[in-house]
Design a protein around this ligand. Sequence first.
Ligand code: HEC
Ligand code: HEC
Length: 456
Amino acid sequence: MLWGPAARLCVLLGAVIVGFGTVAAFGTPGSTTVKQSDAEAIRARVKRAFARPKAIPQPPDNPITPEKVALGERLFNDPRLSSNGKISCASCHDPRLAFTDGVPTGEGVTGRPLKRHTPTLWNLAWARRSLMWDGRSESLELQAKEPIQNPDEMGETLERIVERLSRDPEYKAAFASAFPSDPKVRADNLLKALAAYERTLVSPKTRFDLWVEGDENALTEEEKKGFDLFIGKARCINCHTGFAFTDHSFHDIGLPSEDDLGRGPVVGLERLNFAFKTPGLRELAWTAPYMHDGSMETLEEVIRHYEAGGVDRPTRSREMPSRIDLTDEERQALIAFLYTLSSENPPKPSQEFSLSKRQASLETASGDEKAVATATVSQRNKEFTPGHVVIKRGEVLTILNDDTRTHNVRIYDPRFDFNSGAQEPGETITIALPTTGTFKAFCGIHPNMELTIEVE
Ligand code: HEC
Ligand code: HEC
């Protein structure tokens, strides 16, 4: 049977309402008379929100091709990209360790411990404006410069690398076939190749995916109970959503270490001090230790942290329950569920996407949505609605925070720079755009939220 006691249904429905407002129409929160068929519909729908994508998103100016990916993979594993010839990207993001290094903080050319834990690199093609633990890096192309130039990581300059690789006939040929219309060993091409390779690092299918696809026997009863807890009583779904199990957003989950301010200084908002990016939860079996500071060794430790609610400070996320009461059995079920997101053998990137076929464009968010003539936009459920508006010149745009979360509306544009500051639930902001044209707004806390504004 799919469904346990009615009590479990209510817990599940409660979470559905928090995490997926639009699903709430299916049932009444707190009601004990939810029909079995309704409940199954909800679970089926929640499951669907974790379905695997059909294609890898990519920016229009750096399409994925097999040649570029091959070059990127070679560069990723090459220690000649570092000043002492000993450190490659793979030294810290080891493909045999699910692209991590297995230690709380790694070290590069100087041997000095790095400030933060090395994150895994799964499913970053879906990260928009949210690379690094604090989101300071806008794209994979820009990100790749950082470890190369960081004196404690690879400590090298792009110029010297380009000079070195230009003397290597094999690299010259590889760059030529990866960039046929611009066949040069050049810094921008090098960064593009690394980024294209990284976009192909999609975590492989696991038993959880088979279950989402409809194989009821792919998970045990205990694991399914763990899923119910994940989306229900334990509220993990508040932040760990989608096939990669991340909302690509920033939250303070109350970890005790306070020497690293995280997202706060990057966006200039104290409200976001101690907020770090929600990591994906794929392949956790291979990526311990956990957290931006590498402070937790086991998944049990992680879950006990959430049960206790972490340090209660003003910046702690509203989406963090202040405590969760789990029985030993429930804690074990939740852990068992998390393991269904990991491969049984050391994971290799998924081969389910054809790299020579045209992939989905990264530019699909709000720009493709039909434009609506309105000057009022909602932010409910971490979404700008509508996502694409047309207003008249001189008309003021009103953005209301009718969500349960803090937002931060920003526009970075040479014609107009805007930062709403911390916009708390219930607060409304107005924006007077200076000129006609198209502007893009996004949320500094939930960067996947995008709004296209056309001023006529
Ligand atoms: C010496 C260890 C080390 C090396 C070498 C290294 N990295 Fe990293 N990498 C890290 C650490 C630590 C972070 C997190 C930094 C932060 O958030 O401030 C990181 C973060 C990243 C991220 C962001 C991941 C995310 O979830 O946002 C990407 C992408 C990445 N590295 C790619 C690379 C590439 C490409 C190379 C080689 C050009 C490389 N790294 C070399 C340690 C390393
Ligand atoms: C308020 C949003 C939020 C909620 C709710 C939440 N998480 Fe997290 N999770 C995060 C963030 C943010 C981090 C990284 C924190 C850091 O390193 O400072 C994280 C880190 C983790 C990690 C470590 C992953 C890694 O690679 O380091 C695991 C595992 C995890 N969460 C599981 C869970 C589980 C299980 C639940 C439910 C009991 C849960 N999370 C609830 C936001 C959340």
